[in-house]
Every structure is written in structure tokens, then in C-alpha cells.
Write a protein that binds this ligand. Structure first.
Ligand code: NAD
Length: 284
């Protein structure tokens, strides 16, 4: 295995920016790519703001902040990923889009480079099968917000080699994360359990069981969760929640996983949660 010095991150949204931040904080160089140049700018600004908070808290010096930012290169061109020693994809939760991106990056990344997907629910085995290096392909599922949340789920597909799993675990640990291994089944461990709970909360809201505030308060204080399910859905992104429910519904073939109609209506309206300023709550 050659040393990982540069990590390529595809998609500079909520997750991609967070992954880029923790990689740069761990001393790695990062190429942060997005098809949308403004998303790259937004991603870098978000990282800057995240690091600024750490400086204000006294957890980071201004000089270290500058060094970390200096390790991140934003790029609107996929070709820049040919420099990377490890690639993590974090584009929108859409299988067709991810397959297209992996076909492209497979053609330009160095031969030994591991391709990892941060997908929340899509089959790693299927994504791997679309590349010429299925044994060097793996699921690497970070949690949101990446700089705060400790867990990374590692999901080997059917074809993933043991060494690929080990190298990915080593990288995740270098980023300060704790890993668990999940079998490649729809939603993996966390979202198989979490997102149906969120979906049930949306059904409950749609059936007027309570207001969003009361549903969230009930679950926070009644089950000792730091955030209620509707607020959490707003943070995850309602489009992402819907996409995960669709994968669970189709992949597990059980109607208990059908997406709540209200969730679909909010996504149709473009009310995707915090990232668009409106979901179950409004954001300034
Ligand atoms: P997001 O909408 O914030 O960001 C997605 C980014 O992908 C956007 O910036 C978009 O411009 C970019 N993109 C779209 N097409 C692209 C292309 N062809 N090339 C390069 N970039 C492209 O979404 P997110 O919340 O960051 O989610 C990204 C992935 O991470 C999804 O697979 C999601 O399921 C997964 N994930 C999300 C969460 C969460 O809580 N939001 C948690 C874990 C995993």
C-alpha cells in the first residue's frame, strides 16, 4: 500500500465539505471537487467558518487554521482527481449520478487508488460493479456534521478485498473516527434504523398527532435523543431522507418502508430542510 497523502472529495455539499475539513485537519492534502463552482466556494467558506469557531474557542491557533485551509484545493474539474491517493464521493443520493461519476473517476484515478462512496443507502456491490476496480471499492459512510460525529460505517461490497477494508479503516482512524462494519444491505446499520423512525414522525405529523414542536419535544425528552426526528430530518435534508426511504422500500420490498406522503410533498415543494431555509421548521 502506498501512503495516502492526498484525498480527493467529490461533491462539496454538507458532507463533502465536512469530509474535506477533517481530512485537512488530519494533515492530508485535499482536492475538493464539485460540478458547481459556487458549491466549491460555499464548501470552502463553510470549512473556514467551522475552523474559525475552533479558533474562537481556543482549540486552534490562527496559524494552524491557515495551514489547514492551505491544504485544501477547490476544483470544478474532475480531472484534478488524478492526483489523489484515495477518493471519497459525496454527491447527491442518486444511483445514476453516482454510477456516472464513478465511471469517470475510475478512468482517471491512479490504479491502486481506493474509490469510496459516502452513500447513505445505495448498494456498494452495484456501484463497485460499474468500475474496473471492484475489489478497490468500498462504502465509507460519515455522519452529519462530519467534524462533530465520531462514527464512520465501513461497507464492503461483495467484491471488496480485505486489504481495501483495512486501508479504509486506517484512513478513517487517521481522521479521528471510530468505525463499525456493516453488511451491504439497504441503509446499512444507521439509516436502516434511523430513517424509518424519521419517516414515522412525518406520518405522525401528516396525521395531526402533534405539532412539529411537540413531536420533537416528546422524542427528545421521552427517549433521550439530542434532537427530535423532524429537526434531524431538516438537518439531514428531506431529499436525502426521501431517497433513503425509497432505497429501503425497493430494496427490502416491504411496504412498512413506504415514504410518508408529506415527506414527498415537502421535497416536491423544494422545502429540503436547513439547506434551503425551510423544511419542517424555518431557518434564517
Ligand atoms: P448536498 O446536497 O449538500 O451536496 C451534494 C453536492 O453534490 C452538491 O454540492 C452538488 O453540486 C454536488 N454534485 C452533484 N452532481 C455532481 C457531479 N456530477 N460532480 C460533482 N459534484 C456533484 O448533499 P449531502 O447532504 O452532502 O449528501 C451527499 C451524500 O452524502 C449523499 O449520498 C448522502 O446520502 C450522503 N450522506 C448525507 C448525510 C446527511 O446527513 N446529509 C449523512 C451521511 C451521508
Amino acid at each position: 500500500m502506498s501512503e495516502i497523502k492526498t484525498v480527493g472529495v467529490i461533491g462539496a455539499g454538507q458532507m463533502g465539505a465536512g469530509i474535506a475539513q477533517v481530512a485537512a485537519q488530519a494533515g492530508l492534502r485535499v482536492i475538493l471537487n464539485d460540478v458547481d463552482e459556487r458549491a466549491v466556494e460555499r464548501g470552502v467558506t463553510k470549512i473556514q467558518a467551522g475552523l474559525e469557531k475552533l479558533v474562537q474557542k481556543g482549540a486552534l491557533t490562527a496559524a494552524t487554521q491557515a495551514e489547514i485551509l492551505g491544504r485544501i484545493t477547490g476544483s470544478g474539474k474532475m480531472a484534478s482527481l488524478s492526483e489523489a491517493d484515495f477518493v471519497i464521493e459525496a454527491v447527491s443520493e442518486n444511483e445514476g449520478l453516482k454510477k456516472k461519476i464513478f465511471a469517470e473517476v475510475d478512468g482517471l484515478a491512479k490504479e491502486h487508488v481506493i474509490l469510496a462512496s459516502n452513500t447513505s443507502s445505495i448498494s456498494i456491490t452495484r456501484l463497485a460493479a460499474g468500475t474496473r476496480r471492484p475489489e478497490r471499492f468500498i462504502g465509507m459512510h460519515f455522519m452529519n456534521p462530519v467534524p462533530v460525529m465520531k462514527l464512520v460505517e465501513l461497507i464492503p461490497g461483495l467484491q471488496t478485498s480485505e486489504i481495501t477494508l483495512q486501508e479504509t479503516r486506517t484512513l478513517a482512524e487517521k481522521l479521528g473516527k471510530v468505525t463499525v462494519k456493516s453488511d451491504d444491505q439497504p441503509g446499512f446499520i444507521v439509516n436502516r434504523i434511523l430513517v424509518p423512525m424519521i419517516n414515522e414522525a412525518v406520518f405522525a405529523l401528516g396525521e395531526d398527532l402533534g405539532t412539529p414542536e411537540d413531536i420533537d419535544q416528546a422524542m427528545k425528552l421521552g427517549t433521550n435523543q439530542p434532537m427530535g426526528p423532524l429537526q434531524l430530518a431538516d438537518f439531514i435534508g428531506l431529499d436525502t431522507c426521501l431517497a433513503i426511504m425509497e432505497v429501503l422500500h425497493e430494496g427490502l420490498g416491504d411496504d412498512k418502508y413506504r415514504p410518508a406522503p408529506l415527506l414527498r410533498r415537502y421535497v416536491d415543494a423544494g422545502w429540503l430542510g436547513k439547506k434551503t431555509g425551510r423544511g419542517f421548521y424555518r431557518y434564517g
